[in-house]
Design a protein around this ligand. Sequence first.
Ligand SMILES: Cc1cc2nc3c(=O)[nH]c(=O)nc-3n(C[C@H](O)[C@H](O)[C@H](O)COP(=O)(O)OP(=O)(O)OC[C@H]3O[C@@H](n4cnc5c(N)ncnc54)[C@H](O)[C@@H]3O)c2cc1C
Ligand code: FES
Ligand code: FES
Length: 477
Amino acid sequence: MIKFILNDQDISTDLPTGSTVLDFVRYRQDLKGTKIGCREGDCGACTILVGELIDGEVRYRSMTSCLMPLANASGKHIVTIEGINPTDGSLTPVQQAMVDESGTQCGFCTVGFVMSLTGACIDGSDKISAIDGNICRCTGYKSIERAACRLSEPPWSAGGQIVPEYFSAISQRLERLLAAGIVAETRPPGNVPYVGGGTDLYVQRHDEMAESAAMSLLHNDELRGIRDTGTYIEIGGAATVTDLLESPEMNEIFPELYKHLKLVSSTPIRNMATLAGNFVNASPIGDMTVWFLALDAEIDLWTSPHVSKGITRTLALKELYLGYKQLAKQPDEIITAIRFRKPNGDFRFNFEKVCKRTYLDIASVNTAISLTVRSAPGDTWLPPALSEPGAPTGSLVTYTIESAHVAAGGVSPIPLYLRKTSEFLAGKAVNAETISSANEIMQSEISPISDVRGTEQYKRLLLRQLFAAHFVELFEA
Ligand SMILES: Cc1cc2nc3c(=O)[nH]c(=O)nc-3n(C[C@H](O)[C@H](O)[C@H](O)COP(=O)(O)OP(=O)(O)OC[C@H]3O[C@@H](n4cnc5c(N)ncnc54)[C@H](O)[C@@H]3O)c2cc1C
Ligand code: FES
Ligand code: FES
């Protein structure tokens, strides 16, 4: 039995845990405000808000209900457009802004935009970023952007009367719901899939998932959170990309975290997508996989069904990938934790991704690098990494690489840790010769194929340029 709050209503349902929240609200609750567009997380027409009790407060995030299993709604506050409409028939400030700025025409996408903007008004986050997962096919984005900008101005930017009064009692209601112990930890019998955010599973196997008794991994506290253990940063297997983005521990180590993670999917997908899901999906272009390969991360794998009682083993992430979608992991092993060593000394990290469009797209080629360097006065560094060997020098500091980890996606059947390239870089001076020689080694390690994302030659060239871009980003004065 799954229990949650839908708008102002308590819900108990014994529908399959894998059925989608979208179908539940539209076809079981007759709440037709939430629209069905692509059913693949791309269009945002089905956006809802999902409220979760965190440290006594309800935190709302936008999510695409087409990819969300009912199992993930358990113990949450699910909000559809009907749940924010004022009872007197008036408009909320978000709806009013959309009307005033002519932000709607046919209206099909409008509910999704309103929900995303409402979420951003509740938590005071950036309004333009909040709608990066919503597509409109007829109005044009300028008027919607104006509505978003209007909502960035006080008093609405901090919350105001964005949502109805009943929201104020939701935290106590969720507390009561959770106190009743609604979440089963035991995996049901049969070949039941584990689900993280569902953002891969529901795109790839929608019909099968919708009828399954999918088991959510998001409810287990042991799989959540990001911790600094002193030596390591340890991340729960069910942590999402947004958790990473908002983590003080991660932001301290990665000053460009926001810039890098903005290149990964969209706000509602980042709110759902787990790191472990990205690793296990094993896409050769998985952004988070490439990111963590370049941190030389390791993972803890636990046997099911009882996470708290299972047997654990630890594996280097780079050892997980055996071949295309083939993993060195049993199907019933769960990733409970992801760990990487806290950097010492002068640590530098960069992530590069090229897609057919800048945002909300998967990579043609992506790559990440982490370096620990030491510096000394000198005169040999060439700032633009593409400079010809022997060209005039431009800096008074020389850098020597103490350790390096390089990874790349889209250039092999698996997300690739570039072992030889990484080994070659250790101990080398940062200069054009090193970059050029490392590229030669790198080209021998990759095996891209020609496909819709580019020819083999294009991907080789792209990786060469992105590899050079790492050094420009990391060492440009
Ligand atoms: C619109 C859209 C845009 C996207 N854009 C990007 C992008 O830019 N970059 C990118 O890399 N990806 C992108 N993705 C893919 C997807 O969001 C990510 O791969 C995501 O991290 C998958 O995580 P999940 O929790 O949703 O996985 P799920 O779909 O829940 O699961 C995927 C697989 O992982 C398994 N699994 C999940 N958690 C665990 C665990 N803890 N232990 C063991 N197995 C587990 C599941 O059983 C399943 O086999 C996009 C997807 C969509 C729909
Ligand atoms: S229907 Fe398009 S994102 Fe859900
Ligand atoms: S108003 Fe028609 S798709 Fe946006």
